[in-house]
Write a protein that binds this ligand. Sequence first.
Ligand code: VTB
Ligand code: MG
Ligand code: MG
Length: 329
Amino acid sequence: MSEATARTELDRALALDIVRVTEATAVAAARWRGRGDEAAADEAAAAAMYREIARLPIEGVVVVGEGDEDESPILYNGETIGAGSSEGVTLDLAVDPVEGATLCAKALPNALSVLAVAERGSFLKVPVIYMEKIAIGPGYPDNLVDLDATPAENLEALAKAKGCQVSELTVCILDRPRHGKLIEEVRAAGAALRLISDGDIAGVVHVTEPRETGIDIYMGIGGAPEGVLAAATLACIGGQMQGRLVALNQEHRARARAAGIADLDRKYAITDMVSGDLSFAATGITDGSLLEGVRFTKDAVFTHSVVMRASTRTVRWIRTEHPDVGKFD
Ligand code: VTB
Ligand code: MG
Ligand code: MG
């Protein structure tokens, strides 16, 4: 087998491997659903994710992780994990064991376990600060929306491209005081709002299926690591997104410097945040509009996941029955 063929085979196998990781992670988090303890859910999920990645035949480096080593003992940025690879398969990892810890703690919709893997150097190294984001689904002219345009301008451009009125558009925004002005501007422009309490990776992914989700565009400021993970999904499904880091204070600026960000004002396109081939997997922790949450029964655990690949644009929805309930302990 040529090296290239071996590599492709391995990539294909890895697609299933990464779902196994997010499945086990979601199961660990799901045991903490609705218990009001975000930290416990995060901890259990991170431990499960670490354990599963450690079994993979790769040399992995966490590029987009839970924070710096001093903030997070596990899955920290720069941590190396994996069982090692005789073929020298070195991969970058972008992780979020519980995307939406508050959603999980309150058993609200759309808490996910998320993992993306790519060749070395594929993910933008972002500090754990904020990122301003705008995203729309596939099938529109390039650069239709822009972070530097006003919300009204972006909504008008999108309505025109869709052949509808601005009043027929729904904008998804994180419900936060920092979005007061944005929310006012969107309402003044005449569009409807879907305000979400958390979970902006799911928020961004929603724009790719407006007919199912009812969401046409995502706007606003969420986490920077979540921005890179959202860009990873759009690299697989299609769609447009721009991101720009937001540093609210000195501490944020210091983190950005430490992460090697030279220009805080830079606008990132999807291809600036993720490049080359990558695979992305997510498993539902709680029920959501994309994925069902984990179900526990006497004889089995059931999970629902999606795995996607950028180079082939395959999107697989995977329902798994795990009769060996003990394997998650
Ligand atoms: C953001 C968003 C995430 O938490 O990080 C948010 O990207 C935290 O925002 O999807 P605040 O600091 O304003 O609370 C999530 O919603 C969930 O991790
Ligand atoms: Mg998280
Ligand atoms: Mg998160």
